[in-house]
Write a protein that binds this ligand. Structure first.
Ligand code: LLP
Length: 416
């Protein structure tokens, strides 16, 4: 369900006009529907309810502490990728036993932090990492819970930067090597084998990559079982794609891949193993439930080209610049007028700084508010201070109420 819609000509988040939020907190501002975020989590949870499972929300999509607290309170687990994310997850109330930690380059300090906190699993991504984890745990006098991240060489047919399960990618361990790793791990008293992991990419549009991953892992688990190595869980990673064109509630579901459809395919495969099933969704929970509110600074025209210069930029939302990603841009107040073909660009001194290209918008004028849609995932978490720009404020909406859930950085008026 999408929580943004027009009431008359006024764009709302739940029951709050976005205009009133912009007037109160200024722009750029990220606005999230807290109700929608909870709803999306619950929907995946419901689809899995017939089977032992754990949803480990991927913090990298959006790690606002208030959003994390909300998800932890619903019973979610967490997928983290750094010591920073691990600390954020713990502070937000995710129980350590529901936290998995992936990443190709964990430092010794990060490995120690994970072991000290006795998380659910370190998702180990190389033979050398496995040896280092065993050694660090031994020195600490602890047992490290591990799952190996398998690279199953599965193509999601998506953006090359968002593909992680092909042999050419840096992620995971290929299957033959992984078998030897598990055999070695089984002999280490400082390691406890708890599961097996894979994550083949993000923005997955069809269920096949998930069903292929499930089949590969189930065969692998059966193989290991015949060698006397048992698993407690199978983790299929995240990656449910969302539709960046479907942005308003009355346009239908923004989910490109319905979780029920994926789960219907993978459950019968996984069930045979009796292992608990883990997923690590990020984008599908928060993506469609967030927008970036921005104000038009100037409209300008060059030979054959119209630009709308807004106060948000690639430092606030890098997805268009980095992946050529499409985000719908819509007016916060609709009005009649003539459509113009424009590029929506930010103030940063790079030609790659744009939020949208060649869009038909109604004569955007200085002071108008625009909403860059589907910015709830990989928006703020990928934001930077490039050009010494302050990161924007984050606002959480709940029914008719709203509140600031992270203050704006303010570098040009530090005392405010
Ligand atoms: N688990 C692991 C191990 C991951 O690497 C990721 C995402 C996820 C789970 C969550 O995937 P999701 O459900 O959000 O698709 N910055 C890019 C996306 C990069 C995804 C990286 N890994 C973007 O803006 O599209």
């Amino acid at each position: 369900m999408n929580r943004f819609n027009y009431r008359g000509d006024e764009l709302m988040c739940e029951s709050v006009p976005l205009q009133s939020i912009a007037e109160a907190v200024d722009t750029p501002a990220y606005v999230y529907s807290c109700t929608g975020i909870r709803e999306n989590y619950r929907r995946i949870d419901r689809a899995l309810e017939s089977y032992p499972h754990l949803i480990c929300y991927a913090l990298k999509a959006n790690s606002n502490p208030e959003i994390l607290r909300d998800l932890a309170a619903l019973g979610s687990g967490a997928d983290v990728v750094s010591g920073g994310e691990l600390n954020l997850a713990l502070a937000a109330g995710f129980p350590a036993k529901k936290i998995v930690y992936a990443g190709v380059g964990k430092t010794d300090a990060e490995i120690r932090l994970a072991i000290e906190n006795n998380i659910l699993a370190l998702n180990v991504e190389s033979t050398q990492e496995l040896e280092v984890v065993a050694e660090i745990a031994r020195k600490m006098g602890c047992t490290a819970p591990i799952a190996l991240r398998i690279n199953p060489d599965i193509d999601i047919e998506g953006h090359p930067y968002l593909t992680t399960g092909k042999s050419a990618n840096k992620f995971g361990i290929e299957i033959q090597q992984a078998k030897a790793c598990y055999q070695w791990a089984a002999k280490q008293s400082s390691l406890k084998i708890v599961g097996v992991h894979c994550h083949v990419g993000s923005m997955i549009r069809k269920s096949e990559p998930f069903s292929k991953s499930a089949e590969t892992l189930v065969h692998f688990v059966a193989d290991l079982k015949s060698m006397g190595i048992e698993m407690e869980h199978i983790d299929l990673g995240g990656g449910f794609g969302v539709d960046y064109q479907t942005v308003l509630a009355d346009q239908g579901s923004p989910w490109m891949l319905e979780p029920e459809a994926v789960i219907k395919e993978v459950l019968p495969v996984i069930q045979a193993t009796g292992c608990e099933l883990l997923f690590e969704p990020g984008r599908s929970i928060v993506g469609p439930n967030g927008i970036l509110l921005t104000r038009v600074l100037f409209a300008k025209e060059t030979k054959g080209k119209r630009f709308v210069v807004v106060d948000a930029a690639m430092n606030d939302l890098i997805r268009p610049s980095l992946y050529g990603a499409h985000h719908e841009v819509v007016p916060v107040r609709r009005r009649a007028g003539e459509q113009q073909l424009v590029d929506v660009v930010g103030p940063i001194c790079e030609s790659g700084d744009f939020l949208a290209k060649d869009r038909n918008l109604i004569e955007p004028q200085r002071g108008d508010l625009l909403a860059v849609m589907t910015a709830g995932a990989y928006g703020y978490t990928l934001a930077s201070n490039y050009n010494s720009r302050s990161r924007g404020v984050e606002v959480g909406v709940e029914g008719e109420g709203w509140r600031i859930i992270r203050a704006r950085e303010n570098w040009i008026q530090p005392s405010v």
